[in-house]
Design a protein around this ligand. Structure first.
Ligand code: FE2
Length: 335
């Protein structure tokens, strides 16, 4: 059906009323400013906040309404949109009389038919509750992290009290394992898990008799059989705690060797997680360079020689490469 001029004007009027109604009933604050940041239009929600009628805003600027510091910030945002011709999303304070809140504001350029920017259209949402909730959650998370770290520290203290030879070993292993992981570009989450796994990697030794742990001579096969149970026992202690399940898996595999000669399962190559392959190398270097009841400490070069000789055999090649780089080029030190 062809529109007559009269019906077209009628339709235009209805459309205009419809959109005006829609804008005025939106709970968000809607505004339109010209290129000098003078208000042309605001909706009812915004006007109610300011305590004026929508038509009384025409010609005013933010300096007439808000504290100077905030008004200048709004003006700067307007200028950015006018200059770039691109929309901008801003989270900022909003303080009409008697109120103080945070809003997320989207400002978009208004262009004429030729594409010239002629104003700024904006819509602001009150996100104060959301921001406060996030702050609260962050505080709770911080407290939870602190408690979690305190529990890990308490467990480490128990292990070290029982086996004084591991005192310092776990701390040094943590330091080296994390440095290797960083050198290899592991993610923050992987490094965080590796840090805890390295702190607790010998937790399972609490089930091994003290006589065997502190024996001043070489262990016989039966005694060594006891020692070999510690990755499994550590895993059993931690795997039921959902949060520690990925850490338990690293601990379980830290004595596996990539040619399948390790324990407890004799897993090979990719069957062993990267974190466990890193922990294995850090554990060996630290253990070799430390004094034990049954042998004196090896030199650092001897320990590095051991992993270099067995790169691709017992230890992951890339992990060995990163470790050698740390010690020989980046002067890594346990101190
Ligand atoms: Fe171990």
């Amino acid at each position: 059906m062809k529109l007559t001029k009269e019906t077209a004007l009628k339709k235009l009027k209805i459309d205009k009323e419809f959109y005006e109604n829609l804008i005025h009933h939106l709970p968000e604050k809607v505004f339109y400013k010209d290129i000098k940041s003078r208000y042309i239009m605001i909706n009812r929600s915004f006007a109610d906040d300011l305590g004026i009628k929508p038509d009384k805003i025409i010609g005013k600027t933010d300096l007439d309404i808000f504290p100077r510091r905030i008004a200048e910030k709004y003006r700067k945002d307007d200028r950015d949109v006018l200059r770039t011709g691109k929309p901008k999303k801003i989270i900022e304070p909003y303080c009409p009389p008697g109120k103080k809140c945070i809003v997320e504001c989207i400002k978009a350029p208004v262009k004429d038919k030729k594409g010239k920017v002629i104003g700024v259209l904006g819509m602001a949402y009150d996100i104060t509750e959301k921001v406060n909730l996030i702050k609260k959650l962050q505080k709770t998370l911080q407290k939870f992290r602190q408690t979690f770290n305190d529990i890990i520290k308490a467990i480490v203290d128990i292990i070290e009290t029982r086996d004084p030879y591991t005192s310092g070993h776990q701390r040094n292993t943590v330091k080296l394992a994390c440095a290797i992981a960083k050198e290899m570009g592991l993610s923050k989450r992987q490094i965080d898990n590796l840090k805890i796994a390295a702190s607790l990697h010998d937790l399972g030794k609490i089930f091994i008799p003290m006589d065997i742990l502190n024996k001043p001579s070489k262990l016989n096969d039966i005694e060594f059989g006891f020692i070999k149970t510690h990755p499994c026992n550590g895993y059993k202690l931690l795997s039921d705690i959902k949060l520690l399940a990925p850490i338990a898996k690293i601990i379980y595999q830290h004595h596996e060797r990539i040619n399948g000669t390790g324990y407890p399962e004799g897993k090979k190559n990719g069957e062993i997680s990267l974190e466990a392959r890193i922990l294995a190398v850090a554990d060996v270097i630290e253990a070799m360079t430390s004094h034990r009841p049954y042998r004196p400490a090896h030199s650092l070069e001897e320990a590095l020689g051991e992993i270099e000789k067995n790169a691709g055999v017992l230890y992951d090649r890339k992990v060995v490469k990163a470790t050698l780089k740390l010690f020989r080029k980046k002067h890594f030190s346990f101190k």
